[in-house]
Each structure stands twice: as structure tokens, then as C-alpha cells.
Design a protein around this ligand. Sequence first.
Ligand code: NOJ
Length: 530
Amino acid sequence: MIYQIAVSSFADSDGDGRGDLRGIIGKLDYLNDGTEASLGVDAIWLTPINTSPLRDFGYDVADYRTIDPRFGTLEDLDELIAECHRRGMRVMMDLVLNHTSDEHPWFVESRSSRDNPRRDWYVWKDGRSPGKPPNDWLAVVEGSAWAYDETTGQYYYHAFLPFQPDLNWRNPEVRQEMLDVAEFWLGRGVDGFRLDLINFLYEDAALRDNPGRLGIRPYLAQRHVHDFSQPESLEVAQALRGLADGFGERALMGEVCTDTPDDCLAYLGDGTDRLHLSFYLDFIRQRWSATGFSRSVGWLEANLPPAAWPCYYLDNHDLPRSFTRLGAPGAEERRARVAAAMLLTLRGTPIIYYGQELGMARSRVPRQLMDDPVGIKFWPLRVGRDGSRTPMQWAPGPDAGFTDGTPWLPVDAMCARRNVATELAQPGSLLDWYRRLIRLRRATLALQTGSYRAIRAMPGGVYAYVREHGGKRAAVLLNFAARASEPELPADIWSNRSWTCALSTHTAEGEIRGPRLKLEPYEALILISG
Ligand code: NOJ
């Protein structure tokens, strides 16, 4: 189980209002102190900590081999790694290989003249005609993906924002340098990487136009056959795997940003030769629906190569928080419990985003306090990402126990009720539910590594599946509906075994008498047998 830490927002040790590595070190016992009192996290993933102007939350790197002083020092990272390892936790770093900040010295050189030795480190091209970009490619956030640079009269390519110019991976020096960067951090003891936009590294060599299609937004009205998911990026996944394997037990987790689930699979290869984990966006795009989630998981389960392993999450630093996104007025917390039970019992690696376990909701950050360039650019038309990045709520109070200074983003008002101190002291809190789910998962091999089989013929609104390992079974029944339900376990699953309720939002723990069950509205029920 991976816990994603948005470093700026987790814990501030020096009072500058922004989270840092020493802040995280101070909170490791909360994540895993080796006892059942803590959350029981296996690994943490840190959002980017490299030196950066932080104009996009660190996804705009200005030096890949140093740590931004606002987050700490290399020695702080060494200490964080050692302290995590001591507690049996791994540390994954975010690696942004596709683009740099426009303040990176490479780009400063590259844009200085057409014959600069670094010119070819980025993707430069003449316009199609005066005032017209080289082709029809669009940035993920909208508008042309090409920015005109006055100094040299050419355009540079940026898949994301204009201040994030894409590196030219077709230049062998770039490829080598970036692989060296990965090696540098692995050598430093980092246990793995989350690879930002891994399927965006290469573009079509001839920079051909994308063909059009019907779509409601300009970006969706293109078939993205030339701007991303090129086969050469898969070779990088393979090269990174070779590198990581050379260091022993390391893990690579790719942000494969695409609407095509086949691309997500491609980055896993046969399950042993490319990335260990690949993000499956179809899952997070689901609305609150038992059939939707069941279909999404079913597709992945049916199509994954036997040696590959799924990875699921409901929250991250880009998405509106699931507590709000999947919640219904008055039923947010009940739905959050069902969602947590699903996330933590599916076959695969679950990722929890900081504060999800507390029920942190989407925060409304006023326009003048926003930080996210996307939120600012599209305000008020599009919801920005700051609402999912507000300070971790450690304790009630104006600073949430997050900082002694002024927090870089405002603390959400819900902090008074939803915070670590209050929820730890409250049996039955959402945090307590997460802790119990994780504890059960740790204690139950069927839930950790067991096979997955959906249970068909369930009443509407119920998503149910069986996990099995070494003859032992766990059956998970999730009532997505606001009404009670009476599902029956099919005979081949019930199998006249003795079943016990191991954990439920409603049903008491203990023996289950027959295959005909009763689920309360929004009940999550986990049965164990064998
Ligand atoms: C994906 C990251 O998750 C997002 O936060 C970032 O803005 C873009 N990649 C660009 O790096």
C-alpha cells in the first residue's frame, strides 16, 4: 500500500508555511510505527522535491540532482530514507522525465541561439507559416502545444504548460542524461519512482499533424496518434526497468496519461520487463456506480498479462478529492467507507493520497490565494487543483498542526472536525476504518495476493468479488446503494464452508449462518473463510 505525500502540504518543520522533508520525518510514526496503532503504510511516494521554481507544484524541475532548499537537503532525504527503512517502509520519488522548467539552465542555453550545443535538447521547429505553429498538436491543458520564442524566431514544444518545455528524447545525450539521473537517485537509496507522463517522452519523429475526430473540446477532437504513446517511450520503460533491477528490489510506477487502456497495459509489458505498476485512468473516471467500478476492474483483470499486477487509486494531487467527487450530500462519509473498502481489497497495489483517510474534502480556495497555474488560467470555468492540495489536517486549529507559520494554501474549514488528533481518539472514525482495513489486508494473504473473481448475479447497486489464495477465500460485498439489499452468495462460492464476518461497516464480526446476506445501505462487508 502506497501513501502519496504532497510534500508542500504534509508537514512543515521550519515555519515557512510549506511542507518539507524534515516535517515528513517527524510524522513517520503516524504512517507506520510497526504497531497496529499506526496506519500501516508500506511505501511513501513523494511529489517532486528537486530544485524547482515550483510554478507547477515541482513538476517543473530546474536541477535534477539537487533538492529544493524549501524541501530540505540531500542529507535530509538520506535520513528520511533511513528512517523509513527502519520502519519497514519504502520511499518512491517522482521523476519528471518529459519536460523541465523553462528556468532549467539547459533550456536557458537551448533558447539562447539556434546553434547553441543544447539547442537540440528540446523540440524546436519553424512555424508552418508566419504566426502559425508547426503542427496541430495541443497541450494537455488546452491551446497549441507550441510556444513562439522571439529570440530565435522558432517554436518550442510543450505537452503541458508553456513554462514546461519538452525534452527532445530523440537526442541520445538527453536520453543518457535522464537515465543517469534515475541511476543517481537509485544509487542514493531511493526505492523507486513514480514516472510523470511516461508515455509522453517521445513524439512522432516527423512531427506530423494528428488526425481529427468528433469531440466536445479541441483536445478531444483529435486522435492523439503522433504526440504521445510512441513506441520509443516503451523502450525507455524497458531501459529503466533494467536499471532498477540492477539495484535489487526497486519499483517503477508509471503515470500513463491516456484514454486508451491498452496503452496502460503496454507499459507493463509481459509483467516482468517494463514498469511494475501503470496507472489505469479508467478506474478514477468512474462515477459512483457498482456496475461502473465492476466493469472497469473487470476489463483490467481480463486483459492484464498473467505476471502483471494492477494499481488503483481514487485520489491524487490532480483530481478533486474523492470524498467530494464520489460523495452525495449527507452520504459523503458512508460512501467514502465503501470506496476505501474497495480500494484496499481489490487485487493490486492501492495508493492512498494524504488526508484521504481523514475524509479531507475538496477545498474551495479563493481566487486570490490560488497557486495552481491551471486553476488560475481557467478560473472560474474549470476547477483547479489547489482544492486537493490544502494542508494535511493534523489537529484542530487555524494552522491544522501543519505549520507554525502561514500555510502556503489555506487550511480547510472542515479541519475542526476532520483531523488526525480527533479521529485517532474516536473509535469508528473514518481514519479508524482505514486502519482496520489495512490491518485486515496485512493479516489476510487472500486480500494481499489472492486471485480476483467478480461475483455475478448481485442485486442492483452491489459490487461483490472473491479473492482466493491457497484455498483461503475472502468475499467482499459493497453496497453502493442508499437502500438495503439481500444478496446471496452463489453456491460455488459459499461451498458449505464456514464463513465469518471479518470487517463491516454495519454487521457484527463473527460467524455467518448462511449464504443469504443482508446489507444495510452503503454497507461494506468483508467475509473470510477457510
Ligand atoms: C502530471 C502531474 O500529475 C501533474 O501534476 C503535472 O502538472 C503534469 N504531469 C505535468 O508535469
